[in-house]
Ligand binder design. Sequence first.
Ligand SMILES: CC(C)(COP(=O)(O)OP(=O)(O)OC[C@H]1O[C@@H](n2cnc3c(N)ncnc32)[C@H](O)[C@@H]1OP(=O)(O)O)[C@@H](O)C(=O)NCCC(=O)NCCS
Length: 153
Amino acid sequence: MVDTRLAHFNDIDQIRQVYQDTIRNSNKYDYSPEQLDAWIKRGDNPDEWENRIQDQYFIVATEADHIIGFASLRTDGFLSYMFVQPEFQSKGVGRLLYDKIEKHAKRMDMFQIISAVSVTAKIFFEKLGFGLVKKQTINIGIDVTNFLMQKNL
Ligand SMILES: CC(C)(COP(=O)(O)OP(=O)(O)OC[C@H]1O[C@@H](n2cnc3c(N)ncnc32)[C@H](O)[C@@H]1OP(=O)(O)O)[C@@H](O)C(=O)NCCC(=O)NCCS
């Protein structure tokens, strides 16, 4: 059974693994190997994960105590992460994580959620009710394209 809970510092190794495996396997059709490498490298530093877990509403999805996905929301309403391990995709885990995020945002009286979503995840976010703000190019050591998307609550 899939469950969700708040992330802890001792989840960092598993979170990093989900992040890096998912980018390597699920995003490879939409980004070049160089872009994937730069993106994967952004997950290397455990201190940065610690800061995100501390500063954001950071949740994980688990099955049999194993982390299979995670998502996080900053206090300004920006959704930083939404990742589901490839073997567990298309089973509703992403939607489950997002529902928790949205409930939290409403509890915090946020009026909108914004995210910069990958080419790969654009349709998923559309299904959740997000609208396109703009297509953009950001630099993560190399230029990558993503979509700024927004949902009013
Ligand atoms: C995007 C992602 C989080 C979705 O997680 P998931 O667990 O597969 O999503 P769900 O099973 O809850 O799907 C919810 C709906 O979105 C649809 N959907 C999900 N991913 C999709 C995709 N890539 N293309 C088209 N539709 C998609 C599902 O079919 C489902 O539709 P339905 O409700 O009509 O049946 C996951 O695919 C992922 O981690 N992708 C790679 C990492 C990534 O790019 N993350 C976003 C970074 S900004």
